[in-house]
Design a binder for this molecule. Sequence first.
Ligand code: SF4
Length: 526
Amino acid sequence: MQNSQIPLIEMPFCAAVEPMPPACSLNCHEKALMPRFQKIDREQLSWRPMNVERLIGEEHPARAIWDFVGRLDLSGYVKHVRAVDGCAGRPLLNPQLLISLWVYAYSQGIGSARAIERLCEHDPAYQWLTGMEVVNAHSLSDFRVKHGEELNGIFVQILGLMSAEGLITLERVTQDGTKIRASAAPDSFRGKERIEKALEEARQQVKAVDELSEEETSRRAEKARRRASLRRKERLEKALEQFDKNTAEGGVKDKEKPQVSMTDPDARIMKQPDGGFAPSYNVQLNTDSANGLIVAVGVTQAGSDINQLTSGIERIEENFGAIPKQIVADGGYVSRENIIAMESKNVDFIAPQCDEAGKAKSNYDIRGISKEYGKSQFVYDDNANSYQCPQGKTLGLHSIDRSGSKVTHVYGADIADCSGCSAKGQCCPTSTKSGRTIQRIEELPPVIRFREKMETEEAKEIYRQRAQIAETPNLWIKAKFKLRQFSVRGLKKAGIESLWVCLTYNICQWIRLCWRKERANANAVA
Ligand code: SF4
């Protein structure tokens, strides 16, 4: 095809041209000849046969994901479907396809429905999955968050399949929490007055859109505007609701100026691994040590892990109908309550010892007690059941508190001794109505047994292996799947997105542990 726009280059005539060597040596210009290249014609229409099956190789992970999802019972997704054979209506997208698309996308670090839609147009793996069709972003987006219960069902099914293959044993399970940023900016947090004002504005906006004529509202842009106004109004109503709930429950950081995010009212400001603070959710993962598979996932608004251990065990029990023999967690989970709860459930709890020194230090800081007059400087007399202070005065037993997970014995010095003491400023500067007090904690038998166990080399060795098992899924989720911030808003949807990435992680491990071997065996037989 000749293009009349391309200027013709006049070739110099050369009478004594030597014959060209068989292969072009690219020194043609020295011989006054121009090299000849293939033309690139971007205006032509091309129509080529394509074998969709050959778009990706036999070992491509998209095939493995499709294969694995095809083994699952997806009947939960189709129970409400009205488009059935023999009836009018447009066929629905196959849940096997939508699940495979999301799992493959997350495995490639893609968490956006629009990005998947674009990839369906040109990426061979997505084209292979869809059979060269483009899946609409709205369908993908709705599917991701609308079927939380069904998704949990397939997560449990996957765990069942993996247990049946011996990949999960529940002999030893770790628990770890990771903070994932919410889809909200730190400056989206506002006080009640600002939220109420914004809500009033949003209501006015919705009213204004509702008052438009039918012809105007039928326009696509107006429909989108109405949807956006409604969503904003709903978010702000939820923010106000959360505000009242949080202040009633004391779940706000600053009680003087309580604030809630107007973008994601469920998000909470949490400390990040880099030391900063950001609106986040706390994702709790339980990992089986046999093959590093995630056996339970939960999302909480609690910034601390201390109250999350029991709920982790309960989630495992819901998924398997059984609890793990041993649970390994870091110091963030260590409390007397957790030690006692694990023993009552017959779960062997492996974790570092409580940091008594650290707790004592903060206590002294609050009460203004100097190190020289810390508890360790008081000598306990077992026979007399009393303490002696550095100034030689006696602190007798005042009271015993048996509530909670420990027995607390409180000892106190005589006020007359302390008020006349030269060390009062260092020992009990804030006490005015009583002398210095000391607490002696009498640990309950489960705590004593836990401490003795954690002194053994065997328990220490188990704990040393914790980081690798527990933190590998965290790393995959944040570094490989790139879920450092949720794409969705609200606690429930954050829980669903967490489930998607955990499911993806487990399927990726299944490809590594089983699918590749199955393929190799099949190829060997063939
Ligand atoms: S303040 Fe009281 S308890 Fe403390 S050193 Fe003096 S006498 Fe002892």
